[in-house]
Structure formats: structure tokens, C-alpha cells
Design a protein around this ligand. Structure first.
Ligand code: B12
Length: 191
């Protein structure tokens, strides 16, 4: 079997956290489908999938401190924003960035505004947002995590180093086929 070539410095393994906090009913939880798709897409389509090590996803409502502790080890965290988790998710991301400023914080999901300048300026701990379908965009963003240069990545908005608002429209087509299988989260308990 062929062995993968060694990773160079800019390709060091990146720890990726994902948070999609859902409601629970009678001890049962909605699983994080959207972020599961993002992880599966990266694992199936990244040029070097071994560069990305995914932590167990955060998907339940837990105290903010516990959520931050769970994500602290990540180099990049993708937060999935919905109307039912907005305040909690923003607070987790804010505290995570305050505790570990090097964390690349990406937001996506239906509650990210299409016109995101006000949202980004109100929440400066968010590095970049994704509009609409996230699979290819998320892969593109984490591939650039070491440079933090998101120029040209479709379906994103961010505030650049000169304090300018940059918004890059998304393409109408899905670049590749959706993942054929979702990740299996096993081995450890998680939130
Ligand atoms: C199926 C569905 C349900 C089902 C869920 C069943 C289940 N087991 O999952 C049921 C009927 C239970 C339901 C309930 C509710 N729903 Co509903 N539901 C939907 C629906 C039709 C599809 C959701 C879905 O699975 N989409 C597929 C996933 C993969 O798409 P996605 O979540 O958008 O994720 C993609 C992108 O947003 C992006 N993305 C998402 N997160 C992230 C994160 C990062 C980092 C990045 C880069 C990208 C990214 O990439 C993903 C993959 O492409 C949507 C409408 C729609 N057409 O999307 C509404 C929708 C999600 N629901 C909505 C609402 C409001 C609710 C309820 C609150 C309704 C209510 N009043 O009770 C409840 C809340 C339930 C809960 N989770 O707590 C709203 C959410 C609005 C918002 N701004 O957050 C939506 C968008 C409908 C709408 N247009 O208003 N729902």
C-alpha cells in the first residue's frame, strides 16, 4: 500500500471542532446533521484528509464554560447558527476567542444574515461566515486556516485586515457530490 508523504509545516495537523447545538426532548437529542455533513465532506474530498483531526461534536445544551472547555483544544471551530441556539452559540464563541485568540472561528447556518457586515462588526470574535451550503466552503476555509487569507472563497463574508467588509457570493452549483456517508461518532461520550 502507498504511504502518504510527510506533512510539511504549513500542512501540520489541524484540530477541528464543530458545534451545532440542538434541542433535546425527554432525554433524546437531535444529532448535528449539518456539521456531520461538513465533517464527512472534508473527510471524503480534502486533498489531504489526514491533515484534519475532528474532535467530537458539541450538540447538546450544556453550560458555556463546559462547552468552551470542550472546544479549547481545537485550532478551528465551525459553529452552526440556528434561531434556537443563537445566543448560546455566540456566547460560547465569544468566550472561546477570549480564552484562546488563535482559534479560527467560522460561523454558518440559516441564522447567519445574508448581509453580514453588521453581524460581523457586532461579533468581532467571528473570523468568517459562510452563506448557504457549507460543504465546499468549509473545506476551502479550513484548507486556508494557516494563512487566514479567505480571498476568493465563494459564499463567505469577513472583515479584512484593513477593516474593510468583504463579501464573496456563492456559486449556484454544488461543486461536488454530497458525502456518501456521515461520520460515526463513537468511543467517547460527548456533549
Ligand atoms: C427538516 C427540518 C426540521 C425537522 C428536523 C428533523 C431532524 N431530525 O433534523 C423538524 C420538523 C423537527 C424541524 C423543527 C424545527 N425547525 Co426546522 N427545518 C427543517 C428543514 C426543512 C431542513 C433542515 C435540514 O436538515 N437541512 C439540511 C441541512 C444540511 O441544511 P442546513 O441546516 O441549512 O446546513 C447547511 C448550511 O446551512 C451550512 N451550515 C450549517 N451550519 C454550518 C456551520 C458552518 C461552520 C458552515 C461553514 C456551514 C454551515 O452547511 C450545511 C450543509 O450545506 C429547514 C428548512 C430548509 N429547507 O433548510 C427547516 C429550518 C432549519 N427549521 C427552522 C425552524 C425555525 C424550526 C423550529 C424552531 C420550528 C418550531 N417553531 O418549532 C424547530 C426547531 C427544532 C430544533 N432543532 O430544535 C428554520 C430555522 C431558521 C433559522 N434561521 O435558524 C428553518 C431554516 C426553516 C425556515 N426557513 O424558517 N425542522
Amino acid at each position: 500500500m502507498d504511504q502518504a508523504p510527510e506533512l510539511n509545516a504549513t500542512e501540520a495537523v489541524l484540530k477541528v471542532g464543530l458545534a451545532q447545538i440542538n434541542n433535546s426532548f425527554s432525554g433524546q437529542n437531535y444529532l448535528p446533521y449539518a456539521t456531520g455533513l461538513l465533517q464527512a465532506y472534508v473527510e471524503q474530498h480534502a486533498a489531504r484528509p489526514e491533515r484534519f483531526q475532528f474532535l467530537l461534536p458539541l450538540y447538546k445544551r450544556i453550560p458555556v464554560d463546559a462547552a468552551v472547555a470542550q472546544l479549547l483544544d481545537a485550532d478551528v471551530v465551525g459553529f452552526s447558527l440556528y434561531v434556537w441556539n443563537e445566543r448560546l452559540t455566540l456566547e460560547i464563541a465569544r468566550r472561546l476567542k477570549a480564552k484562546k485568540p488563535s482559534t479560527l472561528i467560522i460561523f454558518g447556518g440559516p441564522q447567519v444574515p445574508d448581509k453580514a457586515e453588521g453581524f460581523l462588526r457586532a461579533h468581532p470574535f467571528i473570523d468568517v461566515v459562510c452563506h448557504g451550503e457549507g460543504e465546499q466552503t468549509f473545506l476551502d476555509l479550513i484548507e486556508r486556516a494557516h494563512t487566514r487569507d479567505f480571498t476568493g472563497i465563494q459564499g463567505t463574508s469577513f472583515i479584512d485586515a484593513e477593516d474593510g467588509f468583504i463579501s464573496q457570493p456563492r456559486s449556484s452549483a454544488c461543486a461536488r457530490s454530497p458525502p456518501s456517508r456521515l461520520p460515526i461518532w463513537k468511543g467517547r461520550s460527548s456533549h
